[in-house]
Design a binder for this molecule. Structure first.
Ligand code: HSE
Length: 429
């Protein structure tokens, strides 16, 4: 075995970082055998040095993260501090000082992935980030390596555990959104400020990363259409059940039917109970990948948490260390396809629309005419009437989001339409 240990600088020692340090220590012999050289924790950058960290030599702890990455003898920087700055500057500096980088930072990768990949390439270094998407679940490597010879057409996934916990709770107990959120908070699944999860920002960053890798095209966070799940109601779940569906917050990355463009989006959607994603319960994540040759694949597991996320970080660390010993680097950014990223208007899917209407002769015909005028074909209509008012549920065949948007705008202008109670996309059929 090579004698000189590979030196690792750990930036951040919170829930994930402390697990990375623990596994590096407890599995040191196995890691050394798998890599071909020992890995040594050379320094740990933290914000609060006085906090006691079990199993970490206090002499390794520093508040000077920049000084640590500039030491010059660091082989790999592991960045688990999250956020844009100072993570971005630290990663860039790490490359300048000759290190490779393993990161779990989805927000940074989704926003600045191209520039960071370019910086890695300029310095013959690796940038690996399996932990940035869906915790322990292997996704980046399967898309980047195992499916590199195939053509991925669709990535459809539950990539946020907090929102899946909330929606699952609403589905299984009939609870409303706030009640389910309160339970998620009490159990520690939801943060005190749940905005990033419930408004879909976290899932949108993951969608940008997955779409970029799947379609060999740069997809930035701004390219991802995003709708949160705070408006989903118990009544939406009742409607979903009537259709043999449940509701999930989905990240959907798709190649257009003509193959000439791609889209990436995050929004709540009805999905048939027969679809494998429908049975993903609690805070679990799962991603369904459809490719030309492989057909349908599903990746499932814990998408968050200290140890599961650290597992993904350690896998990258082993890969990067092996590359370093071989004097090579692994795959970098692959954006050669450079497909245009279309907006939401071009997305084609099915819709479930609930309308409150007047219950009198000709109303159904009026509503149907509006759908027809916008080229949206109706699949089913169900009406429940009471006291001169009625609830009308229309499920469409596949139509563009632009056409559906035009339809809804026109429906709202009809005197006989009292309100549009909900619009939900239907996916996975
Ligand atoms: N907050 C995320 C989730 C985990 O609930 O899945 C980190 O991305």
């Amino acid at each position: 075995m090579r004698k000189r240990p590979l030196k690792v600088a750990l930036l951040g020692c919170g829930v994930v970082g402390s697990e990375v340090a623990r596994i590096m220590t407890t599995h040191a012999d196995d890691l050394a055998a798998r890599i071909g050289a020992p890995v040594e924790l050379a320094g740990v950058a933290v914000r609060r040095p006085s906090k006691v960290r079990d199993g970490i030599d206090p002499a390794l702890v520093t508040t000077d993260a920049t000084g640590l990455v500039k030491r010059g003898d660091i082989d790999v920087v592991v960045e688990v501090i999250g956020g844009i700055e100072p993570a971005r500057s630290l990663i860039t500096t790490a490359f300048e000082y000759g290190a490779s980088v393993v990161s779990a930072n989805k927000a940074l990768l989704a926003q600045d992935g191209a520039a960071l990949h370019a910086a890695a390439e300029d310095h013959d270094a690796d940038l690996y980030y399996e932990a940035a998407v869906a915790g322990a679940i292997p996704l980046i490597r399967p898309l980047r390596e195992s499916l590199a010879g195939d053509k991925v057409n669709r990535v459809l996934g539950i990539v946020n555990g907090t929102t899946n916990f909330i929606l699952d709770k609403m589905d299984s107990t009939g609870a409303g959104y706030q009640e389910a959120l309160d339970e998620a908070t009490a159990l520690g699944y939801a943060e005190a400020d749940p905005t990033a999860d419930v408004e879909g920002f976290d899932a949108a960053a993951k969608a940008a990363i997955l779409a970029g890798i799947a379609f060999h095209t740069r997809v930035r966070l701004d390219d991802v259409y995003r709708e949160g799940m705070t408006e989903v109601t118990a009544s939406d779940f009742a409607s979903a059940r009537n259709m043999g569906c449940t509701i999930k917050l989905l990240a959907i990355c798709e190649r257009a039917a003509d193959g000439q463009s791609v889209t990436a989006r995050v929004h709540p959607a009805m999905i048939p109970l027969t679809h494998p994603l429908a049975s993903v319960r609690g805070a679990y994540n799962a991603v369904f990948v459809e490719s030309d040759a492989s057909g349908q694949l599903m990746f499932y597991g814990p998408g968050a948490g200290g140890a599961p996320t650290a597992s993904a970080v350690l896998g990258d660390l082993v890969a990067v260390c092996r590359n370093r010993l071989n004097g090579s680097t692994g795959p970098g950014e692959s954006a050669y396809a450079a497909l245009p990223v279309s907006g939401m208007g071009d997305v084609v899917t099915r819709y479930h629309i609930s309308l409150d209407v007047a219950d009198k002769p000709g109303v159904l015909a009026q509503v149907a005419t509006v759908f027809a005028e916008h080229g949206v074909s109706i699949d089913t209509v169900r009406q429940t009437g009471k006291d001169g008012e009625a609830s009308l549920v229309v499920v469409t065949h596949r139509a563009s989001d632009a056409a559906l948007g035009g339809t809804v705008e026109a429906l709202r202008k009809l005197d006989t339409v009292r309100g549009v109670a909900s619009i939900m996309r239907v996916e996975g059929e």
